[in-house]
Ligand binder design. Structure first.
Ligand code: NAD
Length: 491
């Protein structure tokens, strides 16, 4: 069984850590590889930073127009290898093939946007800010930067950061989730083919120990994190206390409000895709569906009929619309939360627990589940489920629904389904969430926009993607200059 190697100083090398954990296919528990996981991964990080810092000195002097040339090649390599990557993503994360291809596409779009860095990182200048004095602002890279990523998007999330970090002149270290490291190993085979200084982009494996080494290393200047809220909070507080720039995306609990004037057929399909896509393991998965007034019965019946047609199974099979959840522990946790909801008074309309998929009896499968009349003051309504579970609740007005949305601890996404422009306008203005969808079920910002998030879903100032990423990976320098006017002199 392969023990995964780190990619440090442009070479594939064994980790100094001899402890490993298994990387497991969640559809059948087959062990795909072993990944270093333990205290000695700290030494891997230290070695990696040493080379990254050297590479940064060279790379930051390369003109930005030349730096982005490697991104054009990276885009081509990702496009040419989409199917290979999708197969790896499906096998290690459980996604369907279409979902895996979809996330690779989003990764590629970030590479495309970062190709515009020569334009995106331009500064400002005012001539004659005072007589004979000019003032300008330029953007310079930070040094060695790093990202720590979650299991649910093995390829895409790294690309909210990586292309922007290197295009702006930084070195970059990737610490992928120990649950899904194989996708990044494959992507680093492509990175190895790029014309970059050795050590500029590196891959280190591990869990808490390698993360702590990143948080503590004085030569790492900025950290991008995506994962659960408790870990995001930890990364933000420890990273900033150590003087680093940190952006930390956390968990979510996304509400969707359906007004009586919504288009039922369209809304039903979009909402079901949002709740059950990627088996509910998306930070932008809809979780609580709030029907307002008369929409309750119609929406409930339509969703129930639609959801029954979804097929759960191994994501690599063409007819499957939903794969397994990531681990047996996740499955137990989600099934426990469903039971908790029932114990707290909810009615179960569709029970996806105890699912058995022929040929995949050991997989972590939960079929689509719908709970109705979930109590508003209880745990299920506050907790991120991160599984294929819809909680239906009914309210009598849009004001009541917005108040409910705004009371939530998380603020990753809130969506409204309506055919009224006035309701849409009120909602987008008043809902306290970083990403708003109007007749959209997964309001995932495209690469040109910041991947926003409010409240407990985000710690920091600048987000990943687009102009925010360019700002995050650069520091501004202001120059004020005056020159003696030699033209007026007589020589
Ligand atoms: P996680 O927080 O368990 O792990 C994320 C990363 O942190 C991994 O690389 C892991 O090795 C590391 N880590 C875990 N525990 C740690 C600890 N105690 N100290 C230091 N590092 C630690 O998250 P996950 O289960 O992999 O991913 C699912 C979570 O990510 C969900 O909560 C989901 O909402 C969130 N998520 C958020 C966004 C967003 O944009 N807001 C996007 C995707 C996923």
């Amino acid at each position: 069984m392969d023990i995964l190697k780190n990619y440090i100083n442009g070479n594939w090398q064994d980790s100094l850590c001899k402890q490993t954990i298994d990387v497991v296919n969640p559809a059948n528990q087959v062990v795909l590889a072993k990944v270093p996981f333990g205290a000695d991964t700290k030494t891997d990080v230290e070695e990696c930073v040493l080379y990254a810092n050297k590479a940064y000195q060279e790379w930051s002097q390369v003109p930005v127009i030349k730096r982005v040339q490697v991104l054009y090649k990276l885009k081509t390599l990702l496009e040419e290898n989409k199917d290979v990557l999708a197969e790896i993503i499906t096998n290690e994360s459980g996604k369907t093939k279409a979902e895996s291809l979809g996330e690779i596409q989003r990764a590629i779009e970030n590479v495309e946007v970062a190709c515009g860095t020569p334009m995106l990182m331009t500064g400002d200048v005012i001539e004659d800010i005072a007589t004979g004095i000019d003032e300008m602002m330029i953007r310079q890279p930070l040094g060695v930067t790093a990202c720590i990523t979650p299991f649910n998007f093995p390829s895409m999330i790294v690309f909210w950061f990586l292309p922007y970090a290197i295009a702006t002149g930084n070195a970059f270290i990737v610490k992928p989730s120990e649950k899904v490291p194989l996708t990044m190993v494959k992507i680093f085979e492509f990175i190895d083919k790029l014309d970059l200084p050795k050590g500029l982009v590196s891959l280190v494996h591990g869990g808490k120990e390698s993360v702590d080494a990143i948080l503590e290393h004085p030569n790492i200047k900025a950290i991008s994190f995506v994962g659960s809220t408790p870990v995001a909070r930890y990364i933000y507080s420890k990273g900033t206390a150590n003087g680093k720039r940190v952006q930390a995306q956390g968990g979510a609990k996304n509400p969707v409000v359906v007004l009586p004037d919504a288009d039922i057929e369209m809304s039903t399909k979009i909402i079901a895709d949002s709740v059950y896509g990627c088996a509910g393991q998306r930070c932008l998965a809809a979780s609580t569906i709030i029907t307002v007034g008369d929409s309750k019965k119609e929406i409930k019946d339509a969703i129930y009929e639609h959801v029954k047609t979804r097929t759960t199974g191994y994501g690599g099979n063409e007819d499957v619309s939903m794969g397994p959840v990531i681990t047996p522990e996740s499955k137990n946790r989600i099934e426990g939360l469903i039971q908790k909801g029932i114990d707290e008074g909810a009615e179960i309309l569709l029970d996806g627990r105890n699912a058995t998929i022929p040929g995949y009896e050991n997989g972590n499968f939960i079929k689509p589940t719908i709970l109705e009349n979930v109590a508003l003051d209880k745990e299920l309504i506050r907790t991120e489920i991160f599984g294929p579970v819809m909680s239906l609740i009914a309210m009598s007005s849009i004001e009541e629904a917005v108040e409910f949305v705004n009371k939530g601890n998380y603020g990753n996404m809130a969506c409204l389904f309506t055919s009224s422009g006035a309701s849409a306008r009120k909602f987008r203005s008043e809902a306290n969430a970083g990403n708003i969808g109007i007749n959209i079920g997964v309001a995932a910002p495209m690469a040109q926009f910041p991947f926003s998030g409010w409240k407990d879903s985000f710690f920091g100032d600048l987000h990943g993607q687009g102009k925010h990423a360019i700002e995050f990976f650069t520091q501004t320098k202001v120059i004020i200059e005056r020159w003696p006017n030699i033209w007026s002199r007589k020589f």
